[in-house]
Each structure stands twice: as structure tokens, then as C-alpha cells.
Design a protein around this ligand. Structure first.
Ligand code: SF4
Length: 287
């Protein structure tokens, strides 16, 4: 005769244990499981798709007509707004349309022209060195390779990527202050170093998306997801954002924080692309 051990009877639920179980479940609900890398990548790609719908017209916000103008405008954009650069470059390019002309400029005259962009002495020095290098080493043309661009005076990786992506069609990720802030809010990475951020983001998206992704993220940072007061209550990607609530969540108040075309104001370019739905920016001193 086989004798099987009788199963231990389940402990009768006491009021205390039921309470403990309830508390445990509540804690589990409050602490969502850490997101897997795959889930983060999927969410990141969804954010990019949503942003593409919100900003189908995303573009570089510097006015330029050729690679030289874009390079110069990008150098000038350090520590100032694209708007201020765009208001300054028409006079600058009228005076010095080519690298040869710019390399031969009288420094004090150039300083006067670019004074509104700030740091005008250092920037003049960079532009003189830059245009002389283009004239002497690259036959007066802007080179289309990263390794050549970063050797030019005043040109770092960020500037080089802007020029490559927008004047040469070479995919590039531009990590500026907006891009870094937003990807950290979205928990794509915790990295602070722009080169590391660039590497992480490059691993999430195919190359073909890099340039437009950069524009969309920067557009979002400038219009909705501001540094100090993000307009969370008016943010179309709020359901995908782990930092929702960092800014204003009241829809009415949030809407008042929107900038440029999103808030009904002029944009930063004096000559925006034809599909830009906002108003062009005013010339210097006009508003
Ligand atoms: S929800 Fe808030 S923090 Fe998140 S992207 Fe939108 S504005 Fe930025």
C-alpha cells in the first residue's frame, strides 16, 4: 500500500496577510519593471515616427545657399540663436561671397558685421582662418569629408555633421543642447558627452534617418520640450515620454508655452523652405 504525503493545507488567509499581499501588489504597480533595450528601441522609433508627423517640414534653421554659407553660419551660431545668425549673414555674404573674399577681409570690418552674434572677435578669427584654409588647401571649396572638415579652424564634430548632413546629403546626427536634453528625457541614454550620445543614437536608428531625426528632435526641443518649462500638456508624444510631468501639464497653460509656428509666431529663418507653415523671421532691427 502506497502512502502519499498529504499536501500541506494552504495557510488560512488572515486579515493581516491579505493586507500584506495588497501592499505588495501596490508596490509592484508603482515600480514598473525596467524597460528592456528592445522596448526602448521600439519606443524611440515610435517617437521618431510621431515627430515626423508633427514636423514634416523640419529643416536646418540656418539660412544658407551653398556649403560655404552653411559652414560659416554654423560657426557663427555658437552661443547665439539661429535667428540672430540669419539676421547677420545677409550682410556678411554680400560683403564676402566666397572663401577667397572672406580670407582677404579686413578683420575690424568683419567684426563690425558679425558683432550681433556675440564673441565677434573670436568668430572673426575663426572665419578668417577657415576661409584661408579653404582657399589654400581645398581649392576654395568646402570639403565633403568629416576628417577634413574638423581640421578647419573653429570647426568641431557638431559643425562638421551639420554641414555634411545638410549640404552634402551625408547622414549625420547633430548633438546640440536640445538633442542631448531630449534624448536624456526620453531615456534613450544617460550619457552627457555629445560624442557618446551620438554613438548611442546611431545604434538605435538606421543611417537614412539620422539627419531628419536630428532636425525633428531639435524642432521639438525649441518649440515644445523646452529646457526650463517643457509644455508637457501640449506635447503630442507625451504618451511615449517617461519624463511627462517634468513641465506644465495643464493643456491651456502648456499651449501658451509653445514657440515659433506652434505658437503662431515667426520662425528663425528669414528664407524658410516653401513648406514651412510659419511666418519668416524679421530682418535685423525689424522686430
Ligand atoms: S512630455 Fe514633456 S518632457 Fe516629455 S517630450 Fe513632451 S514636453 Fe518633453
Amino acid at each position: 500500500m502506497s502512502s502519499s504525503t498529504p499536501a500541506k493545507p494552504a495557510k488560512p488567509a488572515t486579515a493581516a496577510s491579505a493586507e500584506a499581499a495588497k501592499a505588495k501588489a501596490a508596490t509592484a504597480r508603482k515600480e514598473p519593471k525596467a524597460e528592456s533595450h528592445l522596448a526602448m528601441v521600439r519606443r524611440a522609433r515610435r517617437i521618431n515616427r510621431e515627430l515626423a508627423e508633427v514636423y514634416p517640414y523640419a529643416h536646418p534653421e540656418l539660412d544658407f545657399r551653398n556649403p560655404f554659407e552653411l559652414l560659416v553660419a554654423t560657426v557663427l551660431s555658437a552661443q547665439t540663436t539661429d535667428l540672430r545668425v540669419n539676421q547677420t549673414t545677409p550682410t556678411l555674404f554680400a560683403a564676402y561671397p566666397t572663401p577667397e573674399d572672406m580670407a582677404a577681409a579686413v578683420p575690424e570690418e568683419m567684426e563690425e558685421i558679425i558683432r550681433p552674434t556675440g564673441f565677434f572677435r573670436a568668430k572673426t578669427k575663426s572665419l578668417l582662418g577657415l576661409s584661408a584654409a579653404l582657399r589654400d588647401e581645398f581649392g576654395g571649396e568646402v570639403p565633403g569629408r568629416l576628417e577634413d572638415l574638423v581640421k578647419l579652424p573653429g570647426v568641431g564634430r557638431k559643425t562638421a555633421n551639420v554641414v555634411l548632413g545638410n549640404a552634402f546629403g551625408v547622414p549625420g546626427i547633430t548633438v546640440d543642447t536640445h538633442f542631448g536634453r531630449l534624448v536624456r528625457r526620453w531615456k534613450w541614454t544617460d550619457e552627457e558627452d555629445p560624442v557618446k550620445v551620438e554613438a548611442v543614437v546611431a545604434g538605435i536608428f538606421p543611417k537614412s534617418e539620422w539627419t531628419m531625426l536630428s532636425h525633428r528632435v531639435v524642432f521639438h526641443g525649441r518649440r515644445i520640450c523646452h529646457a526650463r518649462k517643457p509644455a508637457c500638456g501640449a506635447c503630442p508624444i507625451a504618451p511615449l515620454c517617461p519624463s511627462y510631468g517634468e513641465g506644465e501639464t495643464d493643456p491651456e497653460k502648456a499651449r501658451k508655452l509653445l514657440k515659433y509656428e506652434m505658437g503662431g509666431y515667426p520662425g528663425q529663418r528669414l528664407s524658410p523652405p516653401a513648406d514651412y507653415p510659419g511666418k519668416p523671421a524679421p530682418a535685423l532691427g525689424a522686430g
